[in-house]
Ligand binder design. Structure first.
Ligand code: GAR
Length: 189
């Protein structure tokens, strides 16, 4: 046993948490030299909180406040305080469907990453796999990037391509992109 401090990750998510699971499993397996110290969601019943609790990882719902697409000021302070109290070194956005503003970005400058289900800068925003199908692209994928004040913008860390097949539906394409995400995100972290 060593009492060396491990690199600590804080994960924010709004959905089912499959990317969180991929990262937590990689930490448990030792392929990512870190531990998930805290999971926070803006959705009380989000699967990501249940997946964290199953793994005995601290998991909190923190209400996002009065806005639909971002945190209000009180909520932003509560998110920052929770992550700072957990002493996280890196904030990992895993399906967190709100844009982070200045106060949050300053608190974790250069230490926030996101995954997006397209080859950015193509198809930022919602349902990127549907945007890809609608445009008829033959190749799409996923992107891990540092987070800045924009929507799915910021310096790119890694990308993985995914072919679009002739008989793809939004569901089949989304599934194939998610499988690629689960390999790419732990590598980038
Ligand atoms: C992921 O596919 C991620 O790329 C997407 O949300 C999903 C979350 O799934 N994020 C965005 O669209 C951000 N703009 P998960 O909860 O199973 O990890």
């Amino acid at each position: 046993m060593t009492d060396e401090r491990r690199f600590r990750i804080g994960v924010l998510g709004s959905g089912k948490g499959s990317n969180f699971v991929a990262i937590a499993d990689a930490c448990a397996a030792g392929t990512v030299a870190a531990e998930v110290a805290l999971v926070v969601s803006d959705v009380a019943e989000a699967g990501i909180l249940a997946r964290a609790r199953e793994r005995s990882i601290p998991a909190r719902f923190i209400p996002p406040g009065k806005f639909r697409t971002r945190l209000d000021e009180d909520a932003e302070r509560a998110y920052v305080a929770a992550l700072q109290t957990a002493e996280v070194d890196l904030v990992v956005l895993a399906g967190f469907m709100r844009v982070l503003k200045d106060g949050f970005l300053r608190a974790f400058a250069g230490s926030i990453v996101n995954i997006h289900p397209s080859l950015l800068p193509s198809f930022p925003g919602l349902a990127a796999w549907q945007q890809a199908l609608a445009h008829g692209v033959r190749v799409t994928g996923c992107t891990v990037h540092f987070v800045d004040a924009g929507v799915d913008s910021g310096p790119i860390i890694g990308q993985q391509t995914v072919p679009v097949l002739d008989d793809d539906t939004p569901e089949t394409l989304h599934q194939r992109i998610q499988a690629a995400e689960h390999a790419l995100y732990p590598q980038c972290v």
